[in-house]
Design a binder for this molecule. Structure first.
Ligand code: ZN
Ligand code: ZN
Length: 613
């Protein structure tokens, strides 16, 4: 008889001991009885006969996880504080049955690379991992396609990650042209049947390229040669439920474990990637494209905006208007210089708090009285109201009666079908204005647009987030880059701080360099590690007690700093009171060590958080 420890899949249950007369290897997936149900469970290891009575394994499933998958899952569970089961359940297992060796697919006629693209391609080929830094429209896709084709030629498979699959039907079309049925799109909204047929294709070897959102990283492609993470700066690569992993970081780990090349790509790379991964730069700075920037003041749909929209409408051109999503908080900002009132200790915006009696920093919990005047320019009074999507539409329609507007945000674009329809109307010219939120900055290119209006960047700049500056300037680049590919385009930027944006307009890399030195001085990532602990409970006293108990435990660790603790910015969700603790450490290991001493059942740990509400 053999004895094993098994981890029940898709559960937070602990590990159980079982026995069987069959010899299994670690990674094999079995059916095991648990409380009168048969559950899928993965073999962790063979053990000595335990002193207590064990239950017999029921049968095998014919599926198994590879050694590498088991290793990476182990890392995810330790680094992102989940159970092993939650981590391994991210992965799709391999079929154990021997499958026919894959046919060499018919190789496509490849795109012709320009000398600039060729140079970048050659540089990437020589590196194990690289960050392709190229402005929107500089031809990154042709490089991706050439790399994927090269892998196919060598008998290797590829994974192509995009931040949001629903927004990238364009990429699917382009990949299909070259790779036909060897490429499959993978995302959470696929039907069970479709998923099964893709998995079968992968297992047979007919599917060698999988493109999709985060979850595509975990498909069982054998002989993986390449992982591409496009738009690597995008925060949707970070999972918001357990395991709270960052797909870009897991891709880098996977690459080194599987000896696969990892290519990150962006027109506005994240500070972390730029700092840690070798950069391959491509393309010309924006200023050389035919975009004309106009900086205007104010913070509402005002005369210059209406005039520009009207003129463009009369000339039968299409426009885009961006408004940032309104967060949960209001911040005090100065209409005169555009600055938001910041926490003196954390350099992040201080939120106007409940009942509006005070200002509060959501990092360190520092509070102070509501300020009357701007601490930068003395302007009085400070404001907190901002315009929303619905209000903007109303104002524009009042003035330009006949304009057809596509509202492009999460309230109106709720399904892939609605997205397709909206895009179709816009592409056909049926509608003339695309008005929306962050959604506009992702994926699609809108070649017909000749006017972009970008509002609310001052608001983004003042968010309670250490990456507020990065977010604001990256949004400007992303949105401006989506428009006017083929024609000359005007870009209106509404800000009271034009000097900040103007300084970097021609050179995003200059911004990265200056921002990195700011982050270094103020000790934020990538020069320190952050972790956020979330405590949620129906009983407010209980939540508060768990917070304090956890704090006391953590205080014993000298290498970590407790930046702040108290009620979370969003104090209540689904009837649960929320508390948080924000931690920082120069080094990662002491932080992980300290966090592994606290009781994970009552709290949620978010390593490298990107969201602070
Ligand atoms: Zn001011
Ligand atoms: Zn603070």
């Amino acid at each position: 008889m053999y004895f094993y420890t098994l981890s029940i899949l898709k559960s937070s249950s602990p590990v159980f001991a079982y026995h069987s007369s069959v010899l299994y290897e670690a990674g094999e997936i079995l059916l095991a009885p648990l409380r009168n149900h048969l559950k899928q469970a993965v073999v962790l290891e063979k053990i000595e006969k335990p002193t207590f009575k064990t239950v017999a394994v029921d049968s095998e499933t014919g599926m198994c996880y590879s050694k590498e998958q088991m290793h990476i899952a182990q890392f995810i569970s330790e680094y992102y504080f989940s159970s092993f089961s939650e981590a391994i359940s991210l992965f799709l297992p391999f079929n154990k049955a021997p499958h026919p060796s894959p046919l060499t697919p018919h190789l496509p006629a490849l795109p012709n690379l320009t000398p600039v693209q060729q140079k970048a391609y050659d540089a990437i080929l020589k590196k194990e991992k690289a960050l392709l830094f190229g402005v929107t429209g500089s031809g990154k896709t042709e490089i991706f396609i050439s790399l994927i084709a090269k892998m196919l030629e060598e008998g290797k498979s590829s994974i192509f990650l995009m931040p949001e699959i629903s927004l990238t039907p364009q990429m699917e079309k382009r990949l299909k042209v070259y790779f036909g049925d060897t490429v499959a799109m993978w995302h959470s909204k696929l039907t069970k049947k479709k998923k099964e047929s893709i998995l079968e294709g992968i297992s047979e070897g007919s599917i060698r390229i999988v493109a999709g959102a985060r979850s595509a990283l975990f498909v069982p492609l054998s002989n993986l040669g390449l992982i591409i993470v496009d738009e690597e700066h995008d925060d949707s690569y970070k999972a918001m439920t357990r395991p709270r992993y960052h797909a870009r970081d897991v891709a880098l780990l996977m690459g080194s474990k599987l000896k696969a090349k990892v290519l990150l790509a962006s027109a506005t790379p994240s500070m972390t990637s730029y700092h840690k991964v070798e950069v391959v730069k491509m393309g010309e700075p924006y200023i050389k494209t035919r975009k004309k920037y106009h900086f205007i003041s104010g913070n509402s749909i005002n005369e210059p905006i209406l005039k520009a929209l009207y003129k463009n409408f009369l000339e039968e051109n299409q426009s885009l208007l961006f408004l940032p999503t309104r967060g949960n908080f209001k911040y005090l900002y100065c209409e005169s210089c555009g600055k938001t009132h910041l926490c003196p200790y954390c350099s992040v915006g201080m939120a106007l708090h409940r009942s509006r009696k005070h200002l509060k920093c959501h990092y360190c919990n520092y509070t102070q009285a509501i300020q009357e005047s701007c601490s930068y320019c003395n302007h009085t009074p400070l404001k907190s109201e901002r315009v929303g999507t619905a209000e903007a539409i109303e104002l524009i329609q009042e003035r330009i009666e006949k304009i057809q507007i596509e509202q492009f945000d999460r309230d109106s674009i709720t399904t892939a079908k609605k997205l397709k329809e909206a895009l179709k109307r816009f592409e056909s010219g049926e509608s003339q204005l695309l008005l929306g939120t962050q959604m506009l900055s992702k994926g699609h290119d809108y070649a017909g647009i000749t006017l972009s209006v970008i509002m609310g960047l001052d608001y983004v700049l003042g968010l309670a987030d250490y990456r507020a500056r990065e977010r604001a300037i990256s949004l400007l680049f992303q949105i401006a880059g989506r428009s006017g590919r083929s024609k000359e385009a005007d870009v209106f930027v509404q800000t009271a701080d034009p000097a900040f944006f103007k300084a970097y307009l021609a050179d995003y890399e200059l911004f990265i360099k200056e921002e990195l030195s700011f982050l270094e001085i103020s000790e934020y990532p990538p020069f320190a590690s952050l972790a956020r602990i979330l405590i949620a409970h129906k009983d407010e006293k209980k939540a508060s007690k768990v917070t304090l108990d956890t704090m006391i435990k953590l205080k014993a660790f000298k290498e970590i700093e407790i930046v702040g603790h108290g009620k979370a910015p969003v104090e209540k969700i689904a009837n649960k009171f929320r508390f948080q603790i924000l931690l920082r450490s120069k080094k990662r290991v002491p932080l992980l060590k300290a966090l592994h001493t606290v009781d994970c059942r009552e709290i949620e740990i978010d390593m490298d958080p990107v969201e602070f509400s």
